[in-house]
Design a protein around this ligand. Sequence first.
Ligand code: PEP
Length: 254
Amino acid sequence: MNKTLRTPVIAGNWKMNKTASEAEILIKELIPLAENAACETVICVPFTDISTAVTLTKGTKIKVGAQNVHFKASGAFTGEISAKMLTEAGVTYVVIGHSERRQYFNETDLTVNRRTKAALEAGLTVILCVGEMLSEREDGITETVVELQTVAALTGITAEQMKNVIIAYEPVWAIGTGKVATDEQAEEVCAFIRKVLETKYGKETADKTVIQYGGSMNPKNAAGLLAKENIDGGLIGGASLKADDFKALLEAAS
Ligand code: PEP
């Protein structure tokens, strides 16, 4: 089964939650939970928590991610953070193209592509988010939207660089809404994304790429989703903020 070619990745997206002192409490709870997990464990924290997270997770199985990165190396980009700033701070993963960035901060397929290139060049592993809005699903254009986002984001990215790319399929209508995609809906689109990767990079790269599902994943629905052939973990918002919930997700992925 091709699923065995990939190690699942459970990544928490904390969004704009947890001050550094709050982060310290949660990370200390998460460290022993990640120790026995047979999946990769990543926490994507706010910029102000990076230093705390990197210090506390040193020598543990938890990797630290950021939630965005700018595409320029330096310069007059007030409020932005470069890839080198992240790597020097000890960050190894970064979420790019999250629907909340696309929706509220004018993120486009072009800027997603630029950020992806900059992050990969700096040695970061990219968690690249794609997903359709409810109206797009209702119009029957889910695959068109997801293919466009995926191909646009990966323009100029080589098969070698794909070793450091994770795709997170996140239907926008399921994020933070409690409306989870059914196991079959999620699997259908993740399998489609793998086909898109196969067309662009060939079967070997497609088979090895981790494709996560994200959107109201929680301890109750995780096992069904993660058992699917093409779903290799999750990008998790709300349920990543409570140690007990995150523990259940790590167990489901293991
Ligand atoms: C997310 O932030 O990527 C996400 C999937 O959030 P939630 O799990 O809360 O829906």
